[in-house]
Structures are given as C-alpha cells and as structure tokens.
Design a protein around this ligand. Structure first.
Ligand SMILES: *Cc1c(COP(=O)(O)O)cnc(C)c1O
Length: 510
C-alpha cells in the first residue's frame, strides 16, 4: 500500500514535520487532503501522551506486558486474518492446541489424543455470548421435544456478575434472575441460586473470581445442590463457570479446588486469555465439556475460503496475532511458569493487603483465596470517602478505581487493586507509600476535630481548614498544589465547600 501522489521537496522540510503543531485534529469529517505519514504519526502519538501509563492502571485485569519474542510474533502475524483457516492451517492448528490445553487444564473428560470442543474468541464477553446461546438452544430443543413453551428462558446468576451477562440477557432475550448480594457476602449464594432455578432456567452461571472483589463462588456446593434439585424435579439444569479471571489462577494455585469439569453439571467454561492468560487485549476462550454440549445447529460450515470449515464465533474476520501469542505463552511458560507468576501475584496481593491493614483505616473485602486482587473500603467514611482516595492516588500516577457494590449492597463503596503479572515488590511499596500519603493529605484536609465541633470544616483565623488553627505541614499543601491565599483557605480556584466539608472541584489536586 502506498500513496501514488508523492510529496514535493517542501513536504519533507522542517515545516512539514512541525506543522502538525498548528494543525487541529480531524474530529468529524475526514480531511480533504492527505498528509505525510510522519505528521499523521506525530499528531496521534502526541495525543496519546495524555493517556495514563497502562502498567500503573491497577483497575484492569488485562495484560499490560509481554516478552519481546511474543511481541515479534504478534507483529509478524498482523497481516493474517484468522478466519482464513484454509490458507493459514498452521494458525488454526495452534488455536486448536490452545483449546485442547485449556480444556485439559479445566479437567475436561477427554480421552488421550481426543480433540476438545471450544474456540478462541475476542474475549470472555464473546465467549459468554456463545456459551449462553448454546444453553438457550439446548433448552429450547428440549422444551420443543416435550411440547412445552420455550419463549421465556431465564438464567440465574449473582447480582455481582460482570456486565457481559447483562448484555447477553438483553441482546438474546433471556431473563436475568439475579441472586442478591448482601453486606459482607458479595457473591452468589448457591442455596438461593438453586431456589431460583425453575423449568425455564437455561443454566446457572457461577463466577470464578467476582469482578467486584476477586472472590471465588462455591461452584462445588452449587453443583451438589443443583444435582439434588435436578433429581427431585427431573430437570437437568446445567452450570456455566465464568472463569474470565480465575481460569488461569485456580489450576495453578488451587489445584484441589473443584470448580471445573470435575463437577458433572459444569458444561462450559470461559476464560480471558488477555487477563491471567497473559496475552495482550483481544483473546478469550470458551470450552465445552463435550461435543454434545454444543448444539450442532449453532455451528456454521463455510467453504468460500477453501475447504469446509466449521465456525461458531460471533465475529467473522479477526487478527490471528492474539491466538499465536496465547500459544506462545502456554508453551514458553508451561505449567511451571504460570504457577510461578500466579504465586508471585498472590504474594504481592498479600503484601498490599497487609500494608493496607497496617494503616488501620481500611477494611479488606477480598479473600486470601481467589483472584489476586485487593478490594478494600474505608472504616471511617464520615470525613472523606473511597472516591477521594482514588482521586488522590491519581496524583501519584496510580489508577485505583472506587466503585459501589451491586444492588442491595450499593451503600458499600470500595477500592480495588488488581495485581497483574507485571506488578513488582517495588511497585507494591510505592503504591503503599502513595496510599499513606493520600490518607495523610485527606486527614489534614478533613480533620476529625472540626467535624466533631460543627459538622463541617471550621476556618480558623489564619484560615486553613485543619480544625486547630495550625497550618498543615507545608509539604502536604505543596504536594497537592493547593494555594494558600492571603486569608489562608486551602483552595485552587474553588476553595472549601463548607456545606459538606469537601473540597470543591476547583480545589482538587492533580
Ligand atoms: C473481565 C470479565 C468478563 C469480561 O471479559 P472480557 O474478556 O473483558 O470480555 C466477564 N466476566 C468476568 C468475571 C470478568 O472478570
């Protein structure tokens, strides 16, 4: 590909390499004329500087670091469309090997040399759409066969499900029946889930690694209770496990935990290759227990790219880089490598957890056994909340999100740190010292005494809101760029909102 028009000498002059500075970026209409590639690159590169550093984004589970050799494979396969299976049989073969390895990791009942049933997807979301569709179709076929109505399917999940389940329910018209969470119990209660199951339930979806606090749901208990209910009712309600994050954790850290195909009702499992599968964004996996669990009529056979090829994904074309990168990680790291990386993540999660406990100000909402995330909330929310802590950490370059628990525990707000493979002891220590610094800043801005006296900040004679008339340590003020005005109130341009004792927008420090 190349532009037939060649640019004149003057295009490569200093003017052309600096003119992007004065050019406003195209936002609505495609520009009339072409521009030199360097200029296009510089304009985009320049804007991207405003994005955060992905490695300091502790909000996300998605991989932010891969080895050079993996990156090389990714770059070298950018021109291959994965769907052209006939032209790229080697690529197809590598994806099938990934499916086999992952199915074995999840203890699928496969004979030696037997191919597993599953496919690579863009992520767990696509994987979950496929799994949900398989359950829906299976249930419909069964209801049709016994002459019962098949227009009101439902799915039972915890209220803590990831948004993709809500998407599945809405896009594919399945009622989502959510088991409520409650304070101090933030995952699906298997007893309540089984109570909600009825004849129209296409499956119960359990999560291995709740998005909210990383906690594993008790799939074994769910399986046992549902077996009992199935026996009593004559139904055969199955289980899906959403192991988006936990699928690459549990097999390595908790091999004895039964959550996978060892449990007879578990018919399909998804995992995100781009989370603890350790590949950059764009790959997920769905595996079925056996061929019989994927209805034949969801598989399409096409031959316009060559020989007959079965396909059962939502997307047609997609890059093959991520599939190759997944295969690279599986063979490069092996069980040993994944085990070591997950152990390190768990260890660092404990370091962060203990550091947070040491402050005395946080309650830990994650579990020691689970996905290596640390979820925590403030014990005392009367002076400032988790959102303020999150905001403060932004100034230290860390992205640590604050959010609310799902319905029925919505009053619980929390912060979450996801420990990924590229996290380190140094980063853990820097994070903890940043958290301590933020707490100190917030304590000084929202002192206990002032709150107790009149419910909001008292401005002392020299005006600094610290409740005892003393100036806060200069460093704290400087660090967050608060200006101290003549009358001393700590403000940027908004000042202290004395109504609720919080700093208004203008006074936020960035
Ligand atoms: C991340 C996540 C998803 C969505 O996965 P993507 O790979 O981002 O599409 C679904 N469920 C759970 C539990 C998750 O953590």
């Amino acid at each position: 590909m190349g532009l037939s028009k060649t640019f004149s000498e003057s295009d490569v002059s200093l003017h052309s390499t600096t003119s992007y500075i004065l050019t406003s970026p195209a936002k609505y209409k495609m520009p009339e004329n072409s521009m030199p590639e360097d200029m296009a690159f510089q304009m985009i590169d320049d804007e991207l500087r405003l994005d955060a550093d992905p490695r300091l984004n502790l909000a996300s589970f998605v991989t932010t670091s891969m080895e050079e050799k993996a990156k090389r494979l990714i770059m070298e396969s950018l021109d291959k469309n994965y769907v052209d299976m006939d032209e790229y049989p080697a690529t197809t073969d590598l994806q099938n090997r990934c499916v086999n390895m992952i199915a074995h990791l999840f203890n699928a009942p496969l004979k030696d040399g037997e191919a597993a049933t599953g496919t690579g997807t863009v992520g767990s979301s696509e994987a979950i759409m496929l799994a949900g569709l398989a359950f829906k179709r299976k249930w419909q076929n069964k209801m049709k066969a016994i002459g019962k109505p098949y227009d009101k399917p439902n799915i039972v999940t915890g209220a803590n499900v990831q948004v993709c389940w809500e998407k599945f329910a809405r896009y594919f018209e399945v009622e989502l029946k959510e088991v409520k969470v409650r304070e101090d119990y933030y995952v699906m209660d298997p007893v309540k889930a089984v109570e909600m199951v009825d004849e129209n339930t296409i499956c119960v979806a359990a999560i291995l690694g709740s998005t909210y606090n990383g906690e594993f749901e008790d799939v074994k208990l769910l399986n046992d209770l549902l077996m009992e209910k199935n026996k009593q009712t004559g139904w055969d309600t199955p289980i899906h496990v959403d192991a988006a994050s936990g699928g690459f954790i549990a097999p390595f850290l908790y091999p004895d935990l039964e959550w996978d195909f060892r449990l007879p009702l578990v018919k399909s499992i998804n995992a995100s290759g781009h989370k603890y599968g350790l590949v950059y964004a764009g790959i997920g996996w769905i595996v079925w227990r056996s061929k019989q669990d994927l209805p034949e009529d969801l598989i399409f056979h096409i031959n316009y790219l060559g020989a007959d090829q079965p396909t059962f994904t939502l997307n047609f074309s997609k890059g093959s880089s991520q599939v190759l990168a997944q295969y690279y990680q599986l063979i490069r790291l092996g069980f040993e490598g994944y085990h070591e990386i997950m152990e390190n993540c768990h260890y660092l999660a404990m370091v962060v957890k203990e550091g947070l406990e040491k402050t005395g100000q946080f309650k830990i909402l994650s579990k020691d056994i689970g996905v290596p995330v640390v979820a925590f909330s403030l014990k005392d929310r009367s002076r400032y909340d988790e959102f303020k802590v999150s905001e403060g950490l932004r100034r230290h370059q860390f992205i640590v999100p604050a959010y609310h628990m799902p319905a029925d525990a919505k009053h619980v707000a929390l912060l979450r740190v996801v420990i990924r493979g590229d996290f380190s002891r140094t980063r853990a220590e820097y994070l903890l010292s940043s958290i301590n610094a933020v707490l100190k800043e917030l304590d000084e801005l929202h002192p206990v005494a002032a709150i107790q006296e009149n419910g909001h900040h008292k401005l002392s004679l020299n005006g600094v809101a610290n409740g005892n008339g003393e100036l806060p340590p200069a460093a704290a003020v400087e660090n967050c760029h608060h200006k101290v005005s003549a009358n001393g109130a700590a403000y940027g341009n908004g000042g202290t909102d004395t109504e609720n004792g919080q700093m208004t927008d203008g006074a936020k420090c960035y």
